[in-house]
Design a protein around this ligand. Sequence first.
Ligand code: AMP
Ligand code: MG
Length: 491
Amino acid sequence: MSDVSIQFSNSYARLPERFFAHQNPDPVAQPELIKLNAGLAEKLDLDIAVLSSDEMANVFAGNLVPSGAEPISLAYAGHQFGGWSPQLGDGRAVLLGEVVDRDGVRRDIQLKGSGRTPFSRGGDGRAALGPVLREYIVSEAMHAMGVPTTRALAAVKTGEEVLREGLLPGAILTRIASSHVRVGTFEFFAARHDEDGIRTLADYVIERHYPEAKNAEQPYIALLGAVVSRQAVLVSKWFQLGFIHGVMNTDNTSVAGETIDYGPCAFMDEYHPRKVFSSIDRQSRYAFGNQASVLQWNLAQLAQCLVSIVNLDMDEAVALAQVEVNAFPEKFEAELVTGLRAKLGLLSEHEGDLALAFELLEAMANDKADFTNTFRGLADAIDGDVAKVRGHFEDMEAFEAWLTKWLPRVEQEDRPLAESAAAIRSVNPAVIPRNHLVEAAIRAGEDNDDFGPFNALVDEVTRPFDTRSNDSIYISPPRPDEIVHQTFCGT
Ligand code: AMP
Ligand code: MG
């Protein structure tokens, strides 16, 4: 087999040995390529178009480790559902290495599902096909909708079975991330009272993600503030799309501010702030409406790790860190109001804008309105087709009352109505990865080895803002018998 060459530029593997374990991926029986993300490969400047489909399958299954790769599994800890887990780490993933993409941004190339590692604990180190397909679909949809996220470069079948609730086909996802440093990575060192480790990690993160923090009077406080800002942006974008992450543990919170670790995640069809899909979230800790406060809690854990390395006495360091963490709700709300204004097609800023948006959300919750189609439908209402959006509400009274406040606002804006409608369509997707479509794509792949529905769904969700014909299955909410009530972690 020919040597596969990737221009790796590895930095994490240069960190001290206690940050990771050297770990080659475990070869699998029969690698088969399901999908390659050619556009992303190009962006990463990977010369893999020259490879045969077999060679690609071997690379993305971990059977062929490209030269220059230094496969490592990363150490981390974390708070899971509020409880402390001192030892997590990449139990089923290896970081093959890093590349610098065409925009000059360093990206991790990780194989997820690549076999056991020193961090596997009781797990088998593998991934089932279903969760791999789900992560591929949802992460690429998120990217297309402008949400910071890890991405999917490839999916392969392993030709092996994994034991979950039954025997399932195994698969591996090649994940691309700005980095894989999590809040839980800091916690790993903090729990070991390893201040050198925290400092080394913080310096690494500043260098890679927040170079401007270097010049601040207190670089580690500036780092904290910068992470707070990025997470405020991220969680507000989730809110604007009706996205529920499902497992917002600190080990699933990226310090680069990307959505990471798509497990039992879901987009809502009918809007409700207390919506939960994850089968393991029994206390509704990670319900839609809790995501901002949970993220702030996660940031407080990061703050606790960082105060120990701030060059001040402890009380002063804690006070400064507290200010940054306390700024989260305000930053989140500022992002949210800007985003919601755009979703409503408003240009000018009025004091009551947030209240106006929440009045609509309340009517949607009471009337079981479809989140995506209601917002998208506001453009139709501007075009004169009010009936279409009204149809999403069980009882129209509250919505009608809301319309009489909102429409005049749009009409008063300093732009033609057609432009306002177009603006609404440019931020409110027509197509999201609806749970029933994701499930159908997984079923076809898992049961019939048919990846047609998966490929079609990826095509659709990666052009989310294009208007579809009224009879497109990709814009329809599920029929009652298609509704997905629960999603599973799939680990
Ligand atoms: P997750 O729920 O995917 O965020 O994973 C939580 C922790 O469990 C991480 O340390 C994972 O590496 C580990 N883990 C999840 N699934 C497996 C598996 N099949 N084998 C080994 N470790 C796993
Ligand atoms: Mg995780």
